[in-house]
Structure formats: structure tokens, C-alpha cells
Design a protein around this ligand. Structure first.
Ligand code: 5GP
Length: 220
């Protein structure tokens, strides 16, 4: 179903993949996502819908599509969301159409979603999903980053800290675990994962044809 399309960067057709980054808030996942989009060709960000209020500096349609609860519910009821979950009392979901369009256009898709969404994607798209869990190097580091971000109230930050330990408990459901000591090292690791996953034999649907044509040229 999903991912059947013309990914052909090195001349061999392959299935598209859905690349998921999850982590507790403040582990650096947003920065990693941005770097991946900037530096990796053929990768498109999935922009989620959310009912939570916009933070300063956020842009509607870039960071999220900000919607009210009624609109969110309507999208969920209509099957317009590939997955959705409630996080910190707000709805978060992945619009289905842009993901399908990107995969059809020959691009991989990057998701910044939580463990609930990752489980749903896995159920729907199986091995087309590659998931990475980002861990902070320490609890102190996580807290510092939440404070540095300084966009949320102390109450919200406390709530996020207590949620972090629950979110951490889902690490074992992920394919890869990256500890974010420095953003450049973590980026290099995540980039390596994506590069290697793109080369996996099972995704490379054009290999039989490619090798056959090599053999033909070799006179077999
Ligand atoms: P924030 O409010 O800090 O932007 O995001 C809170 C959490 O919601 C993060 O863990 C983020 O990964 C998750 N999230 C963002 N968009 C989605 C989505 O579309 N689906 C799911 N399941 N989680 C999401």
C-alpha cells in the first residue's frame, strides 16, 4: 500500500520509508528533525495537526497546523489522520494525504511523533516504518533544555518532566536508540541510520531488474 513509488536516487527503484523520531520533550528531537530536512535530499517533514496553543516563534502550517478540538475530531472521524493521540491533554495527529503524496512523489517522510503514534504507524505500514528514539544524556540535561526553551510556564515544564519518565519507558519499542550528547554527533548517527535503511535490500524493489540488466550487458 504505502510507499510504492518511484524512489530512484541511485538508479534502483525502492519503496519509500517512514522515518520516525521520538523522544521526551527537550531531548533535541526538533533540532534533529530540522537538520535532517535541511541536509538530506529526498526527505519531507510530516506536519502534524494539533489542538495545543501556538508557542511564540511557531508558524501555522510549518511547525503544526493549529486547529480547534472540533476540527481535530472531524479529521479523526473522517479518517483524514494516519494516526493520532492525546498528549498533555491536547490532540496531535498526522494528516494522511500529504504523507501518501510524498511517498508517491518518491520522497521519504520524517515524523516527529510520540510512542502512541509510532505504534499506530507500525501497525499500518509495518517494515516501511523506521523508528529512532532519542535519549537525553542525563535528566539534568533534559531539564536544562526545557528551561532554555523558556516558552512554557513552570507548571508546563514540571508536567513535561514528570511525563518524560513515562515516555522513556517506551524506548524498547524502537528500532534504534540515539543518545544526544551533542547535536552534531546525534545528527551524524541519525543520518547514518537513514542512509543505511535506504539501502536495505527488501526496500529495493528494482534490484532484480537492475541486476538482470547488468547481466544482460555482461552477456549472460
Ligand atoms: P509539542 O507540544 O512539544 O510540540 O509536542 C508534544 C509531543 O507530541 C511530542 O512528543 C511530539 O513528538 C508529539 N507529537 C507531535 N505531533 C504528533 C502527531 O502528529 N502524532 C503523535 N502521536 N504525536 C505527536
Amino acid at each position: 500500500m504505502m510507499g510504492e513509488s518511484g524512489h530512484k536516487a541511485d538508479g534502483v527503484e525502492r519503496r519509500g520509508l517512514m522515518f520516525v523520531l521520538s523522544s521526551p520533550s527537550g531531548a533535541g528531537k526538533t533540532t534533529l528533525s530540522r537538520l535532517l530536512i535541511e541536509r538530506m535530499a529526498g526527505l519531507r517533514m510530516s506536519v502534524s495537526v494539533t489542538t495545543r496553543p501556538m508557542r511564540p516563534g511557531e508558524v501555522d502550517g510549518r511547525d503544526y497546523f493549529f486547529v480547534d478540538h472540533a476540527r481535530f475530531q472531524a479529521m479523526a472521524d473522517n479518517g483524514d489522520l494516519l494516526e493520532w493521540a492525546t498528549v498533555f491533554d491536547n490532540g496531535y495527529g498526522t494528516p494522511r494525504a500529504p504523507v501518501e503524496a510524498a511517498l508517491t512523489a518518491g520522497e521519504d517522510v520524517l515524523f516527529d511523533i510520540d510512542w502512541q503514534g509510532t505504534q499506530q504507524l507500525r501497525e499500518k505500514a509495518g517494515k516501511d516504518v523506521v523508528s529512532v528514539f532519542i535519549l537525553p544524556p542525563s535528566a539534568g540535561d533534559l531539564e536544562k533544555r526545557l528551561h532554555t526553551r523558556a516558552q512554557d510556564s513552570d507548571d508546563v515544564i514540571r508536567g513535561r518532566m514528570s511525563r518524560a519518565s513515562h515516555e522513556l519507558s517506551h524506548w524498547a519499542e524502537y528500532d534504534y536508540i540515539v543518545v544526544n550528547h551533542t547535536i552534531e554527533d546525534a545528527f551524524a548517527e541519525v543520518q547514518s541510520i537513514l542512509k543505511a535503511e535506504r539501502l536495505k535490500r527488501e526496500r529495493r524493489t528494482g534490484l532484480t531488474e537492475f541486476v538482470r540488466s547488468l547481466q544482460k550487458q555482461l552477456g549472460q
